[in-house]
Design a protein around this ligand. Structure first.
Ligand SMILES: *Cc1c(COP(=O)(O)O)cnc(C)c1O
Length: 377
């Protein structure tokens, strides 16, 4: 950790105030492990906020993605399509299943999976005699992907979509909460996300059977017998009732956190957009982004790593955009379809401090130094 007092972080937890009431009640009632009233309570809250029909609270977003692939029947040797421009946790569960990831490039408009390249990819895989079992679609940095076109392509070929909405709780596409349009949606409540349970995740779906099966598999797949009997391999993926209590307090603040992160984006944009060559990711008309992280593309004359290090000197944390998965050593051997748009984003972009708890002074400090670095260096 590069911790020095006064540091401005990229994205930190932001307590709402009621978390401790839920946690204290759990401690008083001795519901401290993976059963207790905060779990259905939190799941109910998730459904209320997302309009999802069913939610299952889990101990990480990665676990939710892993379960999603298991529920969709992904088997060893299968192919699963995944956005290339994302965090590694979107694709690791494909490897957990012994399946093969097939990476699809982003579109310029949202930086998320390009529907046209997706269609070409499916056709190419079908020609090669491989029928993809599922599509993992990511809504990166809070920006919804082009859901109507992606779903149309997926439906054309009858391939189920898992929405990795880990970074985009509260974002909407044509008025629909992201995570609810695919067969399964996944959220993360890791410490750096828009709300947190310290560590946690959730799987949402319209399908009651899938939801029941998810809970069953997440709790060791125990058969209905008085003794411990197991017919299927399960996992230990349930969220704890303590963590769910934090989540209940956090989710009360979700709308406010979205508003705050959007205001941070607007502030950066207003202060910095005059800098020549600097670009912000705009919201297409159909999209409402939670602006989890404000991202910028820097002028060509400035290398992001130099800017990052210059801000680091001022005790300000920024982060490179994700290095696309098809360029990761871990995934180098797997198929990739596209034009390397995300490689270009990676070369040019930076994530700016975006915590909902940022003060005006802190924001001013980031802006002041960015202006200095970009305008006069
Ligand atoms: C954070 C994240 C995940 C994984 O969530 P965890 O709760 O950290 O396991 C998956 N996908 C994306 C895009 C993420 O940002």
């Amino acid at each position: 950790m590069n911790y020095r007092p006064g540091r401005i972080f990229l994205s930190v937890p932001h307590m709402g105030g009621h978390e401790k009431n839920y946690v204290q009640k759990a401690l008083e009632d001795n519901w401290v492990t993976s059963t207790g009233p905060n779990l259905p309570g939190f799941e109910h809250d998730i459904c209320q906020h997302t309009n999802a029909r069913h939610a299952v609270a889990l101990n990480t977003g990665t676990a939710a993605l892993h379960l999603a692939l298991r529920l969709l029947g992904v088997k060893a040797g299968d192919e699963v399509i995944c956005s290339t421009f994302t965090f590694v946790a979107s694709a690791n569960p494909i490897l957990y299943m012994g399946a093969t990831p097939v990476f699809v490039e982003s579109e310029d408009e949202t930086w998320n999976m390009c529907p046209d390249i997706l269609r070409d990819t499916i056709i190419a895989r079908l020609k090669a005699g491989k029928r993809p079992t599922a599509i993992i679609l990511v809504h990166l940095y809070g920006m919804p992907a082009n859901l109507s076109k992606i779903m149309a392509v997926a439906d054309e070929f009858g391939i189920p979509v898992v929405e990795d909405a880990a970074e985009s709780l509260g974002s909407r596409y044509s008025g629909h909460q992201v995570g609810t349009l695919g067969r399964i949606g996944v959220f993360s409540f890791d410490g750096n996300k828009i709300i947190t349970t310290s560590s946690g995740g959730a799987l949402v779906t319209e399908d009651q059977q899938l939801a029941e099966q998810a809970l069953f598999l997440a709790t060791h797949a125990r058969d209905a017998a008085p003794y411990y009997q197991h017919s299927q391999m399960g996992y230990n993926y349930r969220l704890s009732n303590i963590s769910a209590g934090i989540g209940r307090g956090q989710i009360e603040m979700l709308e406010k956190r979205v508003k705050q992160r959007r205001e941070i984006f607007t502030y950066y944009k207003n202060q910095l957009q005059h800098i020549e060559g600097l670009q912000f990711l705009q919201e297409p008309k159909t999209c409402f982004s939670n602006r989890w992280l404000t991202t910028v593309l820097l002028p060509e004359s400035h290398h992001p790593e130099k800017v990052r290090l210059a801000l680091e000197e001022e005790n300000i944390e920024t982060r490179p955009l994700y290095k696309p998965l098809h360029l990761q050593p871990l995934f180098a051997q797997y198929p990739y379809y596209g034009n390397n748009l995300s490689a270009n984003l990676f070369e040019r972009g930076l994530c700016l401090p975006s915590s909902s708890s940022l003060t005006e002074e802190e924001l001013d400090k980031v802006v002041k130094h960015l202006k200095r670095i970009l305008e006069y260096v």
